[in-house]
Write a protein that binds this ligand. Structure first.
Ligand SMILES: C[S@@+](CC[C@H](N)C(=O)[O-])C[C@H]1O[C@@H](n2cnc3c(N)ncnc32)[C@H](O)[C@@H]1O
Length: 266
């Protein structure tokens, strides 16, 4: 029996060869035929430190994307850097489901996605000196004063990031929140050599992540930087430093809350 052509080419069911879009911007990579799909879900982060080599079946530089949302930036990096292995994490299961489906359908065996908080990941599951790059795009500002303690970038978190990175390893930070950026600029240089990066990413000028695309469309400034690990700082120095630095109690700009609501609805 011939299927009606409508059910074979329904626009809601992605077909092999399709390029998916979000806000009119292509999501990196094309959908492959099912026999070429990968398995990118790390359904349960095992207890203890992750063994990268057994996770990916090879020894390669490790890239971590913390708060990866729907995975756009992780997918793009995995395609651009096939010789690196990637771990994208987020606390929200629903966004990790999207990210995982996209990674699977693109056959990206150099990615795993997991539901876990960034702090917990670094403190409990990442060996010291084992990560080449860490990316954090638009960490949530948490506007409600009762939630401020949940802000990701803290002196303690920077200590953990410093510990996780290889010598000379890089931390990429990006936000559209002026208060968060001012805070990052004040504390990140204690652990890293921070260079601010101006202008859009050359490879993704309209936005590397979903949030960046939305922010740019609303005319918000994007602040970003590349922070190179200061290798002269020991773990003990970093811990001492962390105790002397202020927590991220900057005032969240309530006008930006509206954008978060738009983003959640989109
Ligand atoms: C504003 S969104 C940005 C998502 C994505 N990076 C982007 O730029 O489109 C912030 C993301 O961080 C996640 N998140 C919040 N706190 C986190 C934490 N402690 N660890 C990992 N992810 C977290 C949220 O669930 C959300 O997906």
């Amino acid at each position: 029996m011939n299927l009606p052509s409508k059910s074979r080419s329904s626009p809601s069911i992605p077909q092999a060869g399709d390029l998916e879009h979000e806000f009119g911007e292509p999501i990196p990579g094309r959908i492959l035929p099912p026999e070429q799909w990968a398995k990118t879900a790390l359904k349960k982060v095992p207890c203890g430190v992750l063994d990268w080599e057994s996770l990916f079946g090879r020894r390669s530089p490790i890239v971590i994307d913390i708060g990866c949302g729907n995975g756009r930036s992780t997918l793009g990096s995995a395609i651009m850097k096939p010789d690196c292995d990637h771990l994208g994490v987020d606390i929200l299961p629903v966004v990790i489901r999207y990210a995982t489906r996209r990674g699977n359908q693109r056959g990206l065996s150099n990615i795993r996605f997991a539901v876990i908080g960034g702090r917990e990941l670094l403190a409990e599951h990442v060996a010291a000196g084992s990560v080449a790059e860490m990316h954090i795009y638009h960490p949530q500002p948490f506007y409600d004063p009762a939630q401020i303690y949940r802000r990701l970038i803290t002196p303690e978190f920077l200590t953990l990031a410093h510990r996780a990175l290889v010598p000379g390893g890089k931390l990429f930070l990006q936000t559209d929140h002026p208060g968060y950026w001012a805070y990052m600029r004040s504390v990140v240089p204690c652990f890293f050599d921070l260079s601010e990066l101006n202008g859009p990413w050359p490879d993704t000028p309209r936005g590397r992540t979903r949030r960046e695309i939305i922010a740019r469309r609303h005319g918000l400034p994007i602040f970003r930087g590349e922070a190179i690990r200061r290798d002269e700082i020991s773990i003990d120095d970093a811990l001492r430093l962390a105790n002397s630095l202020p927590p991220p109690t900057f005032n969240a700009d309530r006008r930006l809350r509206k954008l978060d609501e738009i983003e959640a609805r989109s």
